[in-house]
Write a protein that binds this ligand. Structure first.
Ligand code: B12
Ligand code: SF4
Length: 492
C-alpha cells in the first residue's frame, strides 16, 4: 500500500486522535513501527501531555514498516495527523525503549532529511529531544544523536523542556538552560558522559493513560492505563527495581476506575509490577463485572491464587503469562527473584482448573555462573509442569544493564547461549512450546547496554553498512573501547 494511504487508513481506524493546530510544533516519533509505538503507554502519555499545553501541538510519526521501501520512495518521513514532513517541525522528539531501537532513531532522522549526529546539525535543524524507558539504565549510546535527553519520568519535564526550547533565542542558549534548570535533562554537549539523576513525576500526575485506541497494535483496541508506577522488588538484573526511582507508587482503585472511559471494552493495565497492586483482584473483578476484558502487563507468580486467576478468566484471559526468569532455584536465589517451584506448580493446577488454554513462562539463559546443570533443572521442572497443563516458554538471553546490581556481568557468549538453547530444545522437544529471542541481537544489546558514546556512534556505521549482525560486529570490532573488544572475544 502507498505510504500515505497506509497512514490514512490507520488514522481512520483510531479513536482518540488529537486534532489540533498550534504555533509550537513537535514531531513525536517512535523508532519502531506503528504497531509497536502505539502499544507504548509512555509514547502515548507524552503525546497527550504535549497536546494538553496551550500553543503547542504534537503530531506522531513512526519508523516505517519497510524502511528500504520508504527510502526508495524518496518521500520524506511525515506525521500521521497532517502529513507534514517531520523535518519541518521545530522539535523532533523520540521515545526509545531499549538499545536495539537506536538504529531506528538513526533511520527516523535520516528519513526526515536530518543529519543523525547532533554534531552535524546546527541552528537550522530541528531540536532533537529524546526520552523513554532506555533512560532508566544507560542512554549514553543514544547521546551522539540527541541534542538533549530527558531521563526517567517525563510527564512533567517534557513541557518544561519544550518551554525552554521554544522560548530560547538559539539552540545553544536552549542547551545551556536545559542543562542548568530542567530536572533530569541530560545535555551531552554540557554533561559529557556524566548523567544527571533520573526525574520522578509528581504522584498527582498518575495514572498515565493512553488517549488513542487502535485495532492496529498488538494490544488491539485496548485502553492502556498505568495501575502503578515502579516496583518494590529487587531482582538484581532489572532496571525497574526498587532502587531505580523510589520504588512502587500505587494509584488508588477509585482513581483508576474514574479514568476509564465508559465505551472502553478492553483495558490493558500497565506497569512494572501491576499484580502487586494491593487491590488488583478487586479491580479486575469490577472491570469484568462491567463487561470489560482486562489484560495485565506483568503477573508475579507469588501473587497468583485462585481468586486472581478466576478474576482474570472472568475478564477474558485465555492464558496466564508469568516469569520464572532463571533456570534453577540456585540462580533464582542469586538474582533475588522471588519465584519458587511451589508457586508454579500451584499456578499450573489453577490454570488447568479454570480451563485456561495454557501457561506461559518467561525465562533467561546465560546468567552469571549458569551451567548445564541449571538448564537440566529447568528441563526436569518444565517437564513436570507440562504434565499438569500445556506449557509455553519464552527465553531471552541475559543482558547486563547499567543501574542494576548485575551491571558489568559478562555476556555469556553467543555460542554458549545457543548451546544452552539447543540443550533446552532437545530436553523439552514434543512437550513444551519453546520460543527464544536471538543470541546475536542480545549480544548487540549487551555491547550497547554496557557501552558509551563510541558504541552509539558505531551503530551509525552498522546501519550504513546494512544493519545486519555482521555489520554491527564489524563496527564494534573497529572500536578502541576495551569493553567491546573483550565482549567480541567472547563471541569469536
Ligand atoms: C508494557 C511494556 C511493554 C509492552 C509495550 C512496549 C512499550 N514500549 O511500552 C510490550 C509488551 C510491547 C513490551 C515489549 C518490550 N519490552 Co517492555 N515493558 C513494558 C513495561 C512493563 C511497562 C511500560 C510502561 O508502559 N510504563 C509506563 C509508562 C508511563 O512509562 P514509560 O514507557 O517508561 O514512559 C515514561 C518515560 O520513559 C518517558 N518517555 C517515554 N517516551 C518518551 C518520549 C519522549 C520524547 C520523552 C522526552 C520522554 C518519554 O516519559 C514517560 C512518562 O513518565 C515496562 C516496565 C516499566 N517501565 O514499567 C517494560 C520495559 C520497558 N520493557 C522492556 C523490554 C526489554 C522490552 C522488550 C525489549 C522485550 C523483548 N525482549 O522483546 C520489548 C521491546 C519492544 C519495544 N520496542 O518497546 C524493558 C526495558 C529495559 C531497558 N530499557 O533496558 C522494561 C523496562 C522491562 C524491564 N523491567 O526490564 N514492553
Ligand atoms: S523483574 Fe519485575 S518484580 Fe523484579 S524488580 Fe523488575 S519489575 Fe520488579
Amino acid at each position: 500500500m502507498d505510504l500515505r494511504a497506509l497512514a490514512r487508513s490507520r488514522l481512520a481506524a483510531e479513536r482518540g486522535t488529537i486534532r489540533k493546530d498550534a504555533p509550537d510544533r513537535v514531531a513525536l516519533c517512535y523508532p519502531s513501527p506503528y504497531n509497536v509505538g502505539m502499544s507504548s503507554l509512555g509514547f502515548q502519555t507524552i503525546y497527550r501531555e504535549i497536546n494538553a499545553r496551550a500553543g503547542r501541538v504534537a503530531e506522531r510519526a513512526f519508523l516505517p514498516d519497510d524502511v528500504p521501501a520508504q527510502r526508495a520512495s524518496r518521500v520524506p518521513l511525515f506525521t500521521y495527523e497532517t502529513e507534514r514532513p517531520v523535518g519541518d517541525h521545530r522539535v523532533v522528539a523520540l521515545s526509545v525503549a531499549y538499545e536495539i531501537e537506536i538504529s531506528g532513531v538513526i533511520d527516523v532522522l535520516e528519513l526526515s532529511g536530518l543529519p543523525p549526529l547532533a554534531a552535524d546539525r546546527d541552528e537550522r535543524h530541528p531540536f532533537v529531544l529524546c526520552g523513554g524507558p532506555l533512560t532508566n539504565s544507560n542512554p549514553l549510546p543514544l547521546a551522539p544523536f540527541a541534542d538533549a535527553i530527558l531521563m526517567g519520568e517525563a510527564d512533567e519535564t517534557v513541557n518544561l523542556a519544550l518551554d525552554v526550547i521554544f522560548s530560547a533565542s538559539s539552540k545553544t542558549e536552549a542547551l545551556a538552560i536545559l542543562a542548568r534548570e530542567v530536572p533530569g535533562c541530560f545535555v551531552p554537549a554540557h554533561h559529557g558522559e556524566e548523567l544527571p539523576q533520573i526525574a520522578q513525576a509528581d504522584n498527582d500526575r498518575l495514572p498515565a493513560w493512553a488517549p488513542i485506541r487502535t485495532p492496529n497494535t498488538e494490544l488491539s483496541d485496548m485502553f492502556l492505563l498505568e495501575a502503578e508506577r515502579g516496583c518494590s522488588r529487587g531482582c538484581q538484573y532489572c532496571v525497574m527495581r526498587r532502587s531505580t526511582n523510589g520504588g512502587m507508587r500505587i494509584v488508588p482503585l477509585e482513581k483508576l476506575l474514574a479514568t476509564i472511559p465508559d465505551d472502553a471494552r478492553k483495558i490493558g493495565l500497565v506497569g512494572a509490577a501491576v499484580s502487586d497492586h494491593p487491590k488488583i483482584v478487586e479491580l479486575v473483578n469490577t472491570l469484568a463485572d462491567q463487561g470489560r476484558q482486562v489484560s495485565l502487563s506483568s503477573l508475579r507468580p507469588d501473587r497468583l491464587n485462585d481468586a486472581f486467576i478466576g478474576a482474570l478468566k472472568k475478564a477474558g484471559a485465555r492464558a496466564i503469562t508469568t516469569a520464572l526468569d532463571a533456570s534453577s532455584q540456585r540462580l533464582r536465589d542469586r538474582i533475588d527473584r522471588k519465584a519458587k517451584e511451589k508457586h508454579f506448580l500451584k499456578i499450573a493446577e489453577l490454570v488447568k482448573a479454570h480451563s485456561l488454554h495454557h501457561l506461559k513462562v518467561y525465562m533467561m539463559v546465560g546468567l552469571p555462573d549458569e551451567t548445564d546443570a541449571d538448564i537440566d533443572e529447568l528441563i526436569r521442572f518444565a517437564t513436570e509442569l507440562s504434565r499438569i497443563h500445556p506449557l509455553a516458554i519464552g527465553v531471552s538471553p541475559f543482558v547486563a544493564k547499567r543501574n542494576t546490581p548485575l551491571d558489568g556481568s559478562p555476556f555469556a557468549g553467543i555460542d554458549v547461549v545457543d548451546d544452552r538453547l539447543d540443550r533446552l530444545r532437545r530436553g523439552l522437544a514434543g512437550r513444551v512450546d519453546l520460543r527464544a529471542t536471538s543470541a546475536r541481537w542480545a549480544f548487540i544489546e549487551y555491547v550497547l547496554a554496557q557501552g558509551s558514546l563510541a558504541e552509539g556512534r558505531a551503530v551509525l556505521d552498522a546501519v550504513h553498512a546494512g544493519g545486519n549482525f555482521s555489520a554491527y560486529k564489524k563496527a564494534f570490532a573497529a572500536l578502541p573501547a576495551a569493553r567491546s573488544r573483550r565482549a567480541l572475544r567472547i563471541v569469536a
